[in-house]
Design a protein around this ligand. Structure first.
Ligand SMILES: CC(C)[C@H](C(=O)O)[C@@H](O)C(=O)O
Ligand code: SF4
Length: 473
């Protein structure tokens, strides 16, 4: 029978299925960060258990690490709770072991969803879990990857398996050529704008079509990263030559005969022709414009040449109420052109958009505009996703472009994506952000987040308000 990519990955890893559909799934890769692992390690310790498979664990500290003051070492982590989480991860990995650990201050440290693929810890065909909702990112490699809760983290550590039911298959097909200036971020925001934040609930989404195939691996990661914002726990892209080329030579990737065997298997990781999808959604890439969110949910999104919606035009009372509440929180007037929204801060970073290609895209816009960050922008920061991205960007001189224009060039980590470290918005501040969530208070209490692509964020930094990057592309 013709199977989807998801069916294949599921079948390959299912250990046992109960009559009600509850299944035990074998887990190949367990990514660990400092926020959701302390209780899990504590649970193992209390039960006198060890890690079932040490070689499956790859760990890093990312959420609580500072993006400045690394020369002060651990003393640079001002908040005592943050510091404790980071040092607790260090001691837990020391005690329990790991295949690889990229601790705070190390050269390869970074956001878990950046370092996984970058180090070759994420490989096609794997089941990948992490106590983090954006684990969907790794599906870009044709891996079945999803976020799990802290108690599941402990379960995977102790048993190498996860309990769960199979999701339904959703195919999101994006065909055609993306207009110049539009990026993977615009594709995924447009998808969420279409299907809503619950559109993918209960499904695993396979992203397909020529526009997805045309994306680099970085772009595919951006799309899969936000599958969770569309309600799906996992997103997938079929394996192709780009996938294999990206993985080749990574520190944890197989070599020699094992590489050849792995590649032969990876090449089978596509949906079969005629495979059944429970739902199919199609988008025309040529119609996609640069996207900007105006509200407090990723589905509250419009093209940059659009306007803030008018609640009076919404007939559904629930939707009307949601628009009204979001507008109050965001401090926006109905019908205001998106281009007229001025910003206070800019954040280029997060597991959605902090890879080398994102740095290049943002730097290219800054270079092209040839001007400094606008006076009304108090802070424009670029936070590379990992030490490796940072070093690569510096080799290419991208840091110089940013710094010359008045951007701050920071150390890697989650940073102002969720403000668990010192980087945050003050109440009422408005931010152009390349991250994935614009929830109330996400970037600091009272902060107002507009989600955009790296190119759009860079252009907004220079102009002081949103502008359509297609005019500079
Ligand atoms: C801290 C972590 C559990 C959380 C997540 O699961 O996604 C964070 O990464 C986020 O983006 O909100
Ligand atoms: S960068 Fe943001 S979304 Fe990604 S793992 Fe960190 S906090 Fe979560």
């Amino acid at each position: 029978m013709a199977r989807t990519l998801y069916d294949k990955l599921w079948d390959e890893h299912v250990v046992h299925t109960e009559e009600d559909g509850t299944a035990i799934l074998y887990i190949d890769r367990h990514l660990v960060h400092e926020v959701t692992s302390p209780q899990a390690f504590e649970g193992l310790r209390e039960a006198g258990r060890k890690l079932w498979r040490i070689s499956s664990v790859v760990a890093t500290a990312d959420h609580n690490t500072p993006t400045t003051g690394w020369e002060r070492g651990y003393d640079g982590i001002a908040d005592p709770t943050s510091k404790e989480q980071v040092t607790t991860l260090d001691s837990n990995i020391k005690e329990f072991g790991a295949a690889a650990f990229f601790p705070f201050l190390s050269k390869r440290q970074g956001i878990v969803h950046v370092i996984g693929p970058e180090s070759g810890a994420t490989l096609p065909g794997m089941t990948v879990v992490c106590g983090d909702s954006h684990t969907s990112t790794h599906g870009a490699f044709g891996a079945l990857a999803h976020g799990i809760g802290t108690s599941e983290v402990e379960h995977v550590m102790a048993t190498q398996t996860l309990l769960g039911k199979k999701a339904k298959n959703l195919l999101v097909k994006v065909e055609g050529k993306l207009p110049l200036g539009c990026t993977a971020k615009d594709i995924v925001l447009a998808i969420i704008g279409r299907i809503g934040t619950a559109g993918g609930t209960g499904y695993t989404i396979e992203f397909a079509g020529s526009a997805i195939r045309d994306l680099s691996m970085e772009g595919r990661m951006t799309v899969c990263n936000m599958a969770i914002e569309a309600g799906a726990r996992a997103g997938l892209v079929a394996v192709d030559e780009k996938t294999i080329a990206y993985v080749k030579g990574r520190p944890l990737a197989p070599t020699g005969v094992e590489w050849d065997q792995a590649v032969a298997y990876w090449k089978t990781l596509q949906s079969d022709p005629g495979a059944h999808f429970d739902l199919v959604v199609e988008l025309d890439a040529a119609q996609i414009k640069p996207q900007v969110t105006w509200g407090t949910s990723p589905e509250m999104v419009v093209p940059v040449d659009g306007r803030v919606p008018d609640p009076d035009k919404e007939k559904d009372p629930n939707k009307r109420g949601a628009i009204e509440r979001a507008l109050v929180y965001m401090g926006l007037e109905p019908n205001k052109p998106m281009n007229d929204i001025f910003i206070d801060k800019v954040f280029i970073g997060s597991c959605t958009n902090s890879r080398i290609e994102d740095m290049r895209e943002a730097a290219a816009v800054v270079k092209k505009l040839g001007q400094k960050v606008a006076k009304n922008v108090k802070l424009a920061m670029v936070v590379p996703g990992s030490g490796v991205v940072k070093a690569q960007a510096e080799r290419e001189g991208l840091d110089q472009i940013f710094k010359a224009a008045g951007f701050e060039w920071r150390e890697p980590g989650c940073s102002m994506c969720l403000a668990m470290n010192a980087d945050r918005l003050e109440p009422g501040e408005r931010c152009a952000s390349t991250s994935n969530r614009n929830f109330e208070g996400r970037q600091g209490a009272g902060g107002r987040t507009h989600l955009v692509s790296p190119a759009m964020a860079a252009a907004a930094a220079v102009h002081g308000h949103f502008v359509d990057v297609r005019q500079f592309s």
